[in-house]
Write a protein that binds this ligand. Structure first.
Ligand SMILES: Cc1cc2nc3c(=O)[nH]c(=O)nc-3n(C[C@H](O)[C@H](O)[C@H](O)COP(=O)(O)OP(=O)(O)OC[C@H]3O[C@@H](n4cnc5c(N)ncnc54)[C@H](O)[C@@H]3O)c2cc1C
Length: 452
């Protein structure tokens, strides 16, 4: 029986372990925490948005980095299959606004229970509180790559010469310098393995166990690790007035991000929140996916349109009407119909108009300038918050060095990667977990021997 060791008992690792075991491998799952799925437990605010019920275009369209790499993974185990998998594993699911899929119970613990149930059913040896230290490799012979030549050669064992015959050349991969032979644990012992799946996650929310061990192991074995950044993360804003708005949530606003006055590299619409350090909320987290890794950090400006449904002219007419109706009121007291109370002092300050003066005395130029400003409140992005507040890590193991049809390393025979450790990331909405399920499933199936 082929022995597969999986490093990491998170979403991708549990899926990979259950799949490899179901397909006939002896599987050992190593998790350094004393519990499985610590991060999964906190996903979706404890409800776990486990996937998205969109169509295939939606699935690919919501992957920000390297969507094409995920072609085989998504087609081999898509969102429908993931939903069915969880239903069958005893976790019924439901679909909410925006196609977001949750367990019917609204408890992420039920997603973890379903995965743990499958690990038990397929007799995976789960070892908790065990930290994988490094990979053990041996010089590679003529390593073959599972699945490299298509369906008919899936699962060829690593280190075994490709069978002679017409298919042989199809299955043969360039020789790999080494092949994996096991995993060295933190206590110094070695868990031997015919294949190893690294599913150790990224760097975000390190308290859940994701501390970058997978990147280190990949790099130690000749893989390129693309620079990592916190992503799906709040922005730190330079302008001090943001802090005055702490706690203020805005709905139906539009934002764009620009570098040095150039064309926007991100435009979005939705909800955002002011915090003591800057801005957060769903719209900002999405924007951060496109900010991470930009070279000229600090020169990025965030433009906020507080009234995206109105053109500047329509807004000016509205202001004119409001100002006429409230002519005797002070300017600062005439804006209640336009903005939440907390925002008014900041808007008055930014407008440069004397808040004490009567609304009737506001000049046409001042009013038009104010209308333009409402549609373009500018902020300077000074950076993002740290990994401790980032939903995901951008960057990771370079996908050019991984076979997309199997998730196997092109450098080390028998070594597979799955989940956030790879240089793939997606928007919120269940897409990051779908990446974990799909790549975990593909790595688990590819590591398993093919059926005769
Ligand atoms: C607050 C929060 C909410 C989120 N909500 C959602 C959501 O609703 N929907 C969604 O799609 N995505 C969500 N995500 C993202 C999603 O959780 C991740 O994309 C996903 O968990 C990645 O899975 P993974 O298995 O690759 O990594 P992880 O889930 O991080 O699992 C990696 C595991 O490996 C273990 N490990 C690490 N190193 C070692 C080692 N050396 N030895 C042994 N074990 C090791 C870790 O302890 C950990 O358990 C959320 C993330 C956060 C932080």
């Amino acid at each position: 029986m082929k022995k597969v060791v999986v490093i990491g008992g998170g979403a991708a690792g549990m899926m990979a372990a259950a799949t490899a075991a179901q397909k006939g491998c002896r599987v050992v799952l190593l998790e350094k925490n004393d519990k499985l799925g610590r991060k999964l437990f906190i996903t979706g605010k404890g409800r776990c948005n486990l996937t998205n019920a969109c169509d295939m275009d939606g699935l690919f369209g919501n992957v920000v980095t390297n969507p094409k790499f995920l072609y085989s993974a998504f087609y081999g185990f898509d969102n429908r299959m993931a939903m069915e998998w969880f239903e069958k594993a005893g976790c019924p699911v439901k679909t909410e606004r925006g196609g977001r899929v949750f367990p019917v119970s609204d408890h992420s613990s039920d997603v973890i229970k379903a995965l743990a149930g499958q690990l038990k059913q397929w007799k995976v040896e789960t070892r908790l509180g065990v930290r994988a230290e490094s990979l053990v490799t041996v010089p590679g012979e003529e390593a073959t790559e599972a699945g490299s030549g298509g369906m008919d050669c899936a699962g060829a064992a690593v280190g075994v010469k490709a069978a002679a015959g017409p298919q042989a050349h199809k299955c043969r991969m360039p020789e790999k310098a080494k092949a994996v032979a096991g995993v060295k644990l933190a206590d110094g012992t070695v868990e031997s393995a015919d294949a190893v799946i690294v599913a150790a996650g990224g760097l975000s929310y390190p308290l859940t166990g994701s501390t970058g061990d997978g990147y280190r192991m990949a790099a130690e074995n000749g893989h390129t690790v693309k620079a990592t950044y916190p992503s799906l993360v709040p922005f730190i804003i330079k302008e001090g007035w943001c802090g005055q708005l702490q706690g203020l949530a805005l709905k139906n606003v539009a934002i764009s991000l620009c570098e040095d006055g150039r064309k926007p590299f991100y435009e979005g619409f939705g909800e955002m929140l002011f915090t003591h350090f800057g801005v957060s909320g769903p719209l900002i987290l999405s924007a951060s996916s496109y900010y991470a890794g930009r070279k000229k950090k600090g020169a990025v400006r965030l433009h906020l349109d507080l009234k995206p449904a109105l053109t500047a002219e329509q807004l000016d007419k509205r202001l004119l009407r409001d100002f006429e109706e409230n002519g005797k009121k002070q300017f600062k007291n005439s804006l209640g119909g336009l903005f939440p109370a907390k925002l008014i002092p900041v808007m008055v300050m930014l407008s440069g108009i004397d808040g004490e003066k009567k609304t009737l005395e506001v000049t046409r130029e001042e009013r038009q300038h104010f209308a333009r400003m409402i549609k373009n409140v500018e902020m300077t992005v000074a950076g993002t918050r740290d990994y401790a507040e980032a939903v995901i890590t951008k960057g990771g193991v370079h996908v050019k060095e991984i076979n997309p049809s199997t998730m196997e390393s092109k450098k080390v025979g028998g070594l597979y990667f799955a989940g956030e450790v790879l240089d793939v990331d997606a928007m919120t909405g269940g897409f990051n977990l779908q990446i974990a399920w799909s790549t975990g499933y593909l790595a688990g199936s590819s590591a398993a021997p093919r059926k005769a």
